[in-house]
Design a binder for this molecule. Sequence first.
Ligand code: GUN
Length: 286
Amino acid sequence: MKIIDGKKISQEIRKELKKEIEKLKIKNVIPGLGIILVGNDPASEIYVRNKLKTCKELGINAQLYRFTENNSEEEIIKAIKELNVDINIDGIIVQSPVPSCFCEDKIISYVDPKKDVDGFGIVQLGFLLSKQEQKLAATPLGILKMLEYENIDIEGKHVVIVGDSLIVGRPLSALLLNRGATVTIAHKKTINLKELTRQADILIVAIGQPNFITEEYVKDGAIVIDVGINRVDGHLVGDVDFNRVFKKASYITPVPGGVGPMTITMLLSNVVDEAKIRSELNGSKN
Ligand code: GUN
């Protein structure tokens, strides 16, 4: 059994990103990220704080726009429209979930697809489904990078994804399918989940239920990727019961220190990619 060290992989990628950002700065381009945060979901507060901290460490200019439930949808949309035309902003994210008094899909639809570094908008999801990948959602991209780092081949493998969310399960399934995996998505209504997950060469779990997946759900030698981050008695635990599963798996990601750090890194990698395009465009104008 090998633990996939997301923290280490992420640090290596961040080192490379820092070098790229230094090169961009010489060309007077500072990558810019606009973050829209609505409400005070505790998990979102932590995610956004970590995103801001990492932006600062890497030299990315992050601008946070905070809104409460007392703001109107028009005010949020106005901020997005301003960010869309701001030439110093390369990427925009709307932290999910947005409080239910707003329509999250409608708000996200105002993000210019060229600046949709989360890859959640309909245009980017459409590109992904039609095998013309452009900007890929950060968590699926982070998982892909971890598998690549460990030289784990996905072509022809049976990947079972537990969780059909727009942020992880759905884009990840298309991404893996585009790379030749056989993909099954399980969700709340799936019957005989255990029978299904036991067929997985690669089992990916993103359901937000602490320690849900135990050894009976896992085939001997399977690769287990845990996307869950749950707080239990003041500790962070995944959706996979690590202590019960790790002996059975050939590779497993820990929580914390697995998929989590990769998600922020790949988001910022998407921002830097956009800043590089901006720098090339500036160069061609001069
Ligand atoms: N909420 C949980 N994960 C994410 C993410 O990757 N991006 C955004 N925008 N919201 C999230």
